[in-house]
Design a protein around this ligand. Structure first.
Ligand SMILES: [Mn+2]
Length: 344
């Protein structure tokens, strides 16, 4: 793999600089983040180093400040940051680097400022962070034992779009291509893990442990729960959605237990390709708001324009997107007004 910045030597030097300091791993909330942390943990173990603190961060403002207290409590001195773009909050990252000895392994696009930084390995977007760690530590852990996870993360992060990485998958799946990739054994595993990431979004450590310990039966259990919820809303769609024939439009307001709305809107819109569809759920971050996604697979009507018409004159509302798929957010109290606008 070609790194855009930093190299294996930088990684090994940092690793070798660890004596008896407490080490933390901060990683992203997706399978790429999880597998980076697992490979890294295997490498640390081989070096006789224990990871004292592990956490999963989403790319929000203040992401590092949020765990600052725990880093201090655990007497952390050395930190690996994986699959997290420093410019999610550059100032916060600078603060972290001032206080701790930090090594960054990431593949998100970066701006020039990182050029002068030490202890950074960056790859292009199409090489996932899991693959980066796997290769950085290649001489240091039992890579064959973890090959199944490497295949999974290449699929999950769409790193197979790069020819070299698709070739890697072909070593185990000679017939694999972009169309059938999610039906391969690794592809199916990715779907199961993704369902668990949705289900346990507040306790990702659980998913990390299940993947680390290869508890595939448990992963499957949750997958079936999520699948069941998706299926039940698909089945209830015809009955529960409002249909407005004059606009050829369905409005489906539903209350899922889990974050399934984007998967659901895609699946239903593929069944109703000639219709306009608006899916509405409550905003889990603020119950006073509704989030909606509009779909029209044939783009026979412009969903972006439709939603913009819907939010006209509404307080604190926004909408935007493409003709075939668009999104909006409004205040819950304005739902009737929104519908009136749509149908006028
Ligand atoms: Mn990633």
């Amino acid at each position: 793999m070609d790194f855009l910045k930093g190299n294996k030597e930088d990684f090994l030097n940092f690793l070798n600089s660890i004596n008896d300091e407490n080490v933390a791993v901060l990683t992203h909330t997706d399978l790429d983040g999880i597998s980076s942390a697992i490979f890294l943990n295997e490498i640390l173990k081989e070096k006789g180093i224990e990871c004292s603190y592990l956490n999963f961060l989403s790319l929000d403002k203040g992401l590092f400040s949020n765990v600052w207290g725990e880093l201090i409590e655990n007497n952390i001195e050395k930190i690996f940051v994986c699959d997290i773009s420093a410019d999610a909050d550059l100032e916060d990252f600078e603060k972290l680097r001032k206080e701790f000895d930090v090594f960054l392994i990431d593949h998100h696009p970066f701006d020039g400022e990182l050029e002068s930084w030490k202890n950074v390995v960056k790859a292009g977007s199409d090489d996932c962070a899991g693959l980066m760690v796997y290769e950085l530590g290649e001489e240091l852990f039992d890579r064959e034992k973890w090959r199944w996870l490497l295949d999974a993360v290449i699929i999950a992060d769409f790193s197979f779009k790069k020819k070299e990485n698709l070739e890697k998958l072909k070593e185990n799946y000679s017939e694999i291509n972009e169309e059938n990739i999610f039906e391969s054994i690794s592809g199916i595993l990715v779907k199961k893990i993704d369902a668990n990431l949705t289900y346990f979004e507040k306790d990702l450590r659980k998913v990390y442990d299940m993947v680390y310990n290869k508890e595939f039966d448990k992963l499957e259990e949750t997958y079936l729960i999520i699948q069941k919820e998706i299926d039940s809303f698909i089945n209830k769609f015809e009955e529960d959605a409002e249909f407005f024939p004059e606009k050829n439009l369905y409005i489906y307001y539903f209350k899922p237990k889990f974050k399934i709305s984007s998967t659901l809107s895609t699946l239903i819109s593929l069944k109703y390709k000639t219709k306009s569809l608006i899916f509405i759920v409550e905003d889990t971050k603020d119950e006073n708001y509704l989030k909606m996604s509009a779909r029209n697979q044939n783009a026979s009507e412009d969903m972006n324009k439709l939603l913009k018409k819907g939010i006209e004159g509404l307080e604190d509302a926004n909408a935007g997107g493409h003709a075939a798929a668009s999104g909006a957010r409004i205040m819950k109290k304005d739902l009737d007004e929104f519908k009136k606008n749509l149908l006028s």
